[in-house]
Design a protein around this ligand. Structure first.
Ligand SMILES: [Zn+2]
Length: 348
């Protein structure tokens, strides 16, 4: 059996729009709405939202026994305003796991309670070399020495409050999306690349006039980066979950930017042996470029579901992403491999 064709240009166009839609964990409504709009014109997909704000799509299959689910997350790293400092600048509290040096100098948007946005950038509190000398290269980057310099006239806490900013406001980092020679370079490819792959899997399937073998659930998760995204929202009929999330590329890893990876173990232990075997077989059958890997510092929404007590088989696949939770990069070949693998899984 040959797999349906993917419209790769449309996938990249959607992915770029999704990357440019800020969605730090806890503030994902706009990104979820974008996914909802993208799925709305696919005939046969029943859409709903969970109370927690995730998007769930159900696509009826040839059989209604033993539903299969796929999950990918739109929430990303980011920050919240922790404190308005006496000099008018902002202290932050991290959302998700990252190192401050990976966002130092990055442009940010602060979202006020009134729905306004204020631009700024992340800097060391002692940022100028001409004032503080070379010592800044030795400064350990931690919460206390990082701040947001707002692009607004403020030198006091009061002036910043007058801009509408308050403690708890969400902060999004600029993704800086660029597509060159098939490479997609951007922040937050984890896991928006996989959200795009998941949505375009279903689009390709429906466009080809096909049905999944078993009723399929698409779960667009919105709390993965803090560990409990898919703990809710997977319907009780589901017996298998394919978590679709980035593969960790780097020294000692088999994963790369041109393959999709089956992760057999991460920080939460091994995934489901039987489902893993099937995924390997499907990749071989369909000539999907794939790797098998172990991720040393990693958790997924598959584990979130297991920890929530659900009795389902779980596997984890996804495209190789270089410099994850930093300024990330992948390649269209890895995205294509991921979509083809998802298609093979749903049609098996
Ligand atoms: Zn992820």
């Amino acid at each position: 059996m040959t797999l349906p064709d993917l419209n790769l240009d449309a996938l990249i166009d959607f992915l770029t729009r999704l990357l440019n839609t800020p969605s730090p964990t806890g503030f994902t409504e706009n990104a979820i709405a974008l996914c909802e709009a993208e799925l709305a014109d696919i005939s046969g997909v029943r859409l709903s939202r969970t109370r927690k704000g995730a998007l769930v799509g159900v696509l009826p299959g040839e059989s209604d026994e033993g539903w299969r689910a796929m999950t990918a997350h739109v929430d990303t790293l980011g920050a919240m305003v922790k404190e308005i400092k006496s000099n008018g600048r902002l202290k932050m509290s991290k959302l998700g796991g990252f190192a401050w040096n990976s966002v130092e100098g990055e442009g940010v948007t602060v979202f006020t309670q009134e729905g306004e946005t204020v631009r700024g950038s992340i800097l060391l509190t002692k940022a100028s070399v001409h004032v503080h000398g070379q010592d800044m290269s030795k400064t350990e980057r931690k919460d206390e020495v990082m701040e947001i310099r707002l692009d607004a006239r403020t030198t006091s806490a009061q002036e910043t409050q007058d801009l509408g900013i308050s403690v708890g406001d969400f902060v999004a980092f600029d993704p800086r999306v660029e597509v060159t020679n098939g490479f997609v370079r951007s922040r937050h490819l984890d896991d928006k690349a996989c959200v795009a792959c998941m949505l375009f899997t279903v689009k390709a399937l429906v466009k080809a006039g096909l049905k999944p073998k078993k009723t399929a659930v698409l779960h667009v998760s919105n709390y993965e980066e803090v560990g409990h995204g898919a703990a809710a929202g997977i319907p009780p009929e589901v017996t298998e979950l394919l978590a679709v999330d980035m593969a960790a590329v780097g020294e000692g890893q088999t994963s790369d930017e041109f393959h999709a990876t089956l992760c057999v173990k991460d920080s939460g232990g091994p995934y489901h042996f039987g489902l893993n075997q099937r995924m390997r077989k499907l990749a071989e059958q369909h000539d999907i470029p794939y790797k098998v890997d172990i991720y040393p510092y990693y958790g997924s929404d598959g584990e979130a579901l297991w920890r929530a007590g659900r009795d389902v088989a779980v596997s984890l696949i996804g495209p190789g992403v270089d410099a994850s939770h930093n300024y990330e990069r992948t390649h269209t070949e890895a995205l294509l491999a991921t979509v083809r693998w998802c298609l093979a899984y749903l049609l098996e």
